[in-house]
Each structure stands twice: as C-alpha cells, then as structure tokens.
Ligand binder design. Structure first.
Ligand SMILES: Cc1cc2nc3c(=O)[nH]c(=O)nc-3n(C[C@H](O)[C@H](O)[C@H](O)COP(=O)(O)OP(=O)(O)OC[C@H]3O[C@@H](n4cnc5c(N)ncnc54)[C@H](O)[C@@H]3O)c2cc1C
Length: 341
C-alpha cells in the first residue's frame, strides 16, 4: 500500500462521515455556528438517495426533507428522487460545504480533540484528515439483511431495486412485505414483468403506506401479481426459485430475484471506533440523547445509525434535526479553542 499523501490541509473542527441529508445538516449547523467542517463520503453527494429506485417518490412532503432552513419547492405533493437530489445539490452549493467525495473512511485514530481520519480514494490511495471532533452519519443503505440461503450470491439476485425495464417479459420474484417490496412489485408489474411476491408474514406488513397498500392488495386479489404469504425462499438456482409454502415446497421458473428485506447500519464500523452497542436493545449505540455524543468522547452519531437495528425509527424527517443538537454541544465545549498537537 502506498503511503498517505502528505498532510497539508488545516486541521478542522469537525469531520462528518457520510454526506447524506443528515450528514449535510450536521455540517451546515456546525458551519453556521462558526466551526470549520469537512464532509466525507465514499460515493457521490447523497449516495444512498442516488441509489434508490429511479422512479421512486418520497413518502414525505417536501418541507419535511428540508435542511439548513432552505425551502424545498416542488410542484408535487411528494417529491421524487431527482427533485431531492437537485435540492440537496443546491443546498450544498448554497452553504459552500467542503465535501470530499469518493473517499471511504477506513479507520479513525487518535482521541477527542485530535482525531486522524484515514480514507482511501477510488483508486485505493490513502489520505488523512485531522479533526477535533467527528460525526458518524453513515446511514444504513450499504448493508442489506442477507437471507443466507443457497443461490443468494447468483448474479440474478439483487438486494437493491432500481429500474423496471430490464425485466420486461421475465419471471421476477420479489422477496419482502414492506414498502420497498410492494413498490418494486408494482413497478415491475406495470412495466411488463411477471411478478411473484414472497413474504413470510400472513399479509403485507402493517407499515406499508396507506396509499400503496390497496394498490398491491388489489393486484394480488386480481391475480395480476402472484403472492405467497407465510412463505419463504428456500433456495435459488439459475432458472428456478424454490419456496417453502404452507402447502409444502413449490419450485417456480425464475429469471431474477429482488430480495428487499431491509438494511442495517455498519455495526462493525461503529465498534471499530469504540462505540458500544446495546445487544439487549436492538444494537442501539451508546449515545447521549441531548448531545448525540457517543460513549467515545468527541465522536457524535447522527441519523439512522442512532436507532441500531430499528431502522424504521429515524428518517430524513427527524434525522435532519440532529445537526442542531451536535452544533449546540460543540459551542458549549468551545471546540475551536482546543489545541491539536
Ligand atoms: C426507498 C426509500 C425511500 C425512503 N423515503 C423516505 C421518505 O420519504 N422520507 C424520509 O424521511 N425518509 C425516507 N427514507 C429513509 C431515508 O432515506 C434514510 O433514513 C436517510 O437517507 C437516512 O439519512 P442519513 O443521512 O442518515 O443516511 P444516508 O442517506 O444513507 O447517508 C449515509 C452516507 O454515508 C456514506 N457512507 C457510509 N459509510 C461510509 C464510509 N465508511 N466512509 C464514507 N462515507 C460513508 C454513504 O455513502 C451515504 O452517502 C427512504 C428510504 C428508502 C430506502
């Protein structure tokens, strides 16, 4: 491995890991409070949102996605992915955020007041950033909940749904019973795929949005989308999928599988930072609810990572307020005055 590039940058008060809506809100609030901030992301700005389905519409009205007190104008009651990306790009420009894109944070060394953040760029070249305090706002969308079944590693299986067109006329199995699975099944069916939905529950999950539920239930009732409830996928092969149903095993002809069974925060990354996880409480990380500082002094947590495995508790809607709490604590601790030796 080559040596880290020579460190010529000034030490910043705050390095925010993750440039999603929450990380951006943290950077904005810290900057508004007078601190120097860098924002580091392993992908593009709002990398998770960029990888959401191309036809997706948010569940939330635009004003609930706003950060930094910048209005989100949209002609739609619920904005789509492209509008949201446009909005967050404009907010980033407005606040002139110092964003380091396509840099993956691999490791953090040091302690409160003197952290060194080790990253690698797209070409595997190492870089270092020095910061007095850190925010971890790494979200949850990078790590799917795997099913651990034979065939899950075949290249016809994906844990991310993007676009319906490639599946026109083909047999597609969608695994899952929540919003992502319902939306993908409907989108695929509307664009000419032959869709089978497989869900371990007896019906669609109660969290499916009220305007999506009748749509999916009616498609199933009409036989337009085939559904197996109280069922699971036992194995996946090149041309088939085998289900365990209440009536016994069923093997279906199959071309593609979308396993949309949720995602989880990068717990290993949090533990490597020294953050304690509560194994008896859905792996929630130790975190002061007033300041969002973790058990590691100087390391703050923001956004969905705070909720551990309960990823349906924090969204953009509420995570966007975390930046204000953290900035208030940085002010209280007079961070810029701290020396970095
Ligand atoms: C299909 C879908 C629809 C949704 N609709 C809504 C909605 O309508 N309303 C709503 O409020 N919420 C919605 N959500 C949830 C919401 O998008 C997430 O909760 C939100 O993105 C979390 O924001 P975040 O900033 O915490 O994390 P993210 O947006 O996931 O950002 C985390 C960032 O961290 C980066 N990162 C991760 N690890 C590293 C690393 N080691 N080094 C550098 N960078 C790293 C990632 O690349 C990513 O850009 C939806 C989610 C999905 C999947």
């Amino acid at each position: 491995m080559s040596k880290p590039l020579a460190h010529t940058e000034p030490i910043v008060d705050l390095a925010v890991i993750g440039a999603g809506p929450t990380g951006m809100a943290c950077a904005i609030e810290a900057k508004r409070a007078g601190f120097t901030v860098i924002l580091i992301d392993k992908g593009c700005l709002c990398n998770s949102l960029f990888h959401y389905p191309s036809n997706m519409t948010f569940f939330t009205t635009p004003e609930l996605l706003e950060i930094g007190d910048i209005p989100f104008p949209s002609p739609n009651q619920k904005p789509n992915r492209d509008e949201a990306l446009e909005y967050y790009r404009k907010v980033c420009e407005h606040y002139q955020l110092d964003v380091r894109l396509y840099e993956t944070v691999e490791q953090v060394r040091g302690s409160d007041g003197k952290f060194t953040v080790h990253t690698t760029d797209r070409f595997g070249r190492p870089l270092d950033h020095k910061a007095r305090k850190l925010v971890v706002a790494t979200g949850y969308y990078d790590l799917p909940n795997y099913l651990d079944i034979p065939g899950e590693d075949l290249n016809k299986v994906s844990h991310y749904y993007n676009d319906p067109h490639p599946y026109f006329g083909l047999n597609v199995v969608v695994i899952g019973g929540k919003n992502s699975a319902a939306i993908a099944a409907l989108d695929l069916w509307r664009h000419g795929a032959k869709v089978t939905l497989v869900h371990r529950g007896a019906e669609m999950h109660r969290h499916v949005k009220y305007w999506i539920l009748p749509d999916i239930n009616n498609r199933i009732k009409n036989g337009e989308i085939e559904a197996y409830f109280s069922s699971s996928v036992a194995r996946i092969a090149e041309d088939t999928v085998t289900l365990l149903t209440p009536e016994g095993e069923r093997t279906l002809e199959n071309n593609f599988v979308f396993a949309l069974t949720g995602y989880q925060p990068d717990f290993r990354f949090l533990e490597a930072l020294g953050v304690r996880l509560d194994e008896k409480n859905d792996r929630c990380p130790a975190c002061d609810p007033q300041t969002l500082e973790s058990n590691v002094p100087g390391i703050y947590l923001a956004g969905v990572v705070i909720a551990g495995e309960r990823t349906n508790e924090i969204f953009i809607e509420n995570g966007r307020f975390h930046g204000k709490l953290i900035a208030a604590d940085l002010v209280a601790k007079n961070v810029s005055a701290a020396a970095f030796d």
